[in-house]
Design a protein around this ligand. Structure first.
Ligand code: IPM
Ligand code: MN
Length: 387
């Protein structure tokens, strides 16, 4: 039996609840496809500060260095917003991304038919929406130096910096993904104002010449934000720098109806990091009502891109879809006044489908061939091409 080690970092707020369900589904997929997972649980974020005085404790660094893949819940805690930077939960997440070198963050946004009415947008806008956001993750404003506040506290600075190699490598991820999709890359920048964006646009254009079969268009970020809700079906792969991608991916969540549904995969040269895009949601933490689907769909991405187990990944994606088709809804995606199930029940239902019904013969579960997450595979640098 193949064995993999997965570092599980539940983090803060609803992180532990949704991660527990993601793990349940990962175990079910392992059982079904004869793969065994060794999971090590280590703290990050406010949980790291509480246990070791560090949002990314040494124990956690060591565990992720040993792991084949990293599964994360969420970070962030009320009360730590004004903590010194080295004690902020978010600092732990940024340090983790840097440690793993995961420069390409993939955020697939696919509108599912049974949830069309959960979006505030008109149904005709949502037809066929299937966007893959490729967000640069280890550069830009989040990491640029110098940064900080002056002694009086009345002046603050952050630095937006990108180099050509940083832009090229994430652009290649976007073009490779587009090749396996609808062959369109939309690159987002603010080149009418920012020098960094001018370099971004030039570099992406040059990389695009290596992909004559993929169409490339450039949009200013303000216009891209508008197009994303006025004509979302016009996008295929949306390539962005770090902060623009953070903002546009939350906006894209409006298309699918809930932030709680969206997964992500962060990839680089080594082990990948897989996490839902939502935050720690302290207002609903511990109540058992959070939607675990973002975390569970992140497990599908972990199987697909992290461990190269496409059949197991398909089984998880199909199980999510089957359970939604059957009408299961957590509170965030239930119709007003309609009954909703909790975090655990949603996890159990999806794991149950992975174990018993889905996987090889979709017809048995009444699902068409299409899965909930687009099957864009692409080359991860320094590793063999996916089958
Ligand atoms: C995300 C989150 C993080 C980010 C925060 C928690 C640092 O919003 O993954 O989108 O800004 O990258
Ligand atoms: Mn965000």
């Amino acid at each position: 039996m193949t064995q993999y080690s997965v570092a599980v970092l539940p983090g803060d707020g609803i992180g532990p609840e949704v991660t527990a369900e993601a793990e349940r589904v990962l175990r079910a997929a392992g059982q079904r496809f004869d793969v065994s997972f060794t999971m090590s649980h280590v703290p990050i974020g406010a949980a790291g500060v509480a246990s070791a005085g560090d949002p990314l404790p040494e124990e956690t660094r060591a565990a992720v260095r040993r792991a084949n893949a990293v599964l994360l819940g969420a970070v962030g805690a009320p009360g730590l917003e004004h903590a010194p930077r080295h004690l902020k939960p978010e600092t732990g997440l940024l340090a983790l991304r840097a440690l793993l070198g995961v420069y390409a963050n993939l955020r697939p946004v696919t509108v599912l038919a049974p949830l069309v009415d959960r979006s505030p947008l008109k149904p005709d806008r949502l037809e066929g929406v299937d966007v893959l956001i490729v967000r640069e993750l280890t550069g830009g404003l989040y990491y640029g130096e110098p940064r900080g506040r002056d002694a009086a506290g009345s002046r603050a600075v952050n630095t937006l910096v990108y180099t050509v190699p940083e832009i090229e490598r994430v652009a290649r991820v976007a073009f490779d993904a587009a090749r396996r999709r609808r062959r369109l890359v939309t690159s987002v920048d603010k080149a009418n104002v920012l020098e960094v964006s001018q370099l971004w646009r030039e570099t992406v254009t040059a990389v695009g010449c290596e992909y004559p079969d993929v169409r490339l268009e450039h949009l200013y970020v303000d216009y891209a934000a508008m197009r994303l809700v006025s004509d979302p079906a016009a996008f295929d792969v949306l390539l962005t720098e770090n902060m623009f991608g953070d903002i546009l991916s939350d906006e894209a969540a409006v298309l699918v109806g809930s932030l709680g549904l969206l997964p992500s995969a962060s990839l680089g040269a080594g082990a990948g990091l897989f996490e839902p895009i939502h935050g720690s949601a302290p207002d609903i933490a511990g109540k058992g009502v959070a939607n675990p689907i973002g975390a569970i769909a992140s497990v599908a991405m972990l199987l697909r891109y992290g461990l190269r187990l496409p059949e197991a990944a398909d089984a998880v994606d199909q199980a999510i879809r089957a359970v939604l088709d059957a009408g299961a809804r957590t509170r965030d995606i239930a119709e007003p006044g309609a009954p909703a199930i909790g975090t655990r029940e949603m996890g159990e239902r999806i794991a149950g489908v992975v174990l018993k019904e889905c996987g090889m013969r979709n017809a048995e579960c009444g699902i068409e061939g299409r899965t909930s997450i687009p099957h864009s595979t692409f080359r991860i640098p320094h590793s063999p091409e996916a089958p």
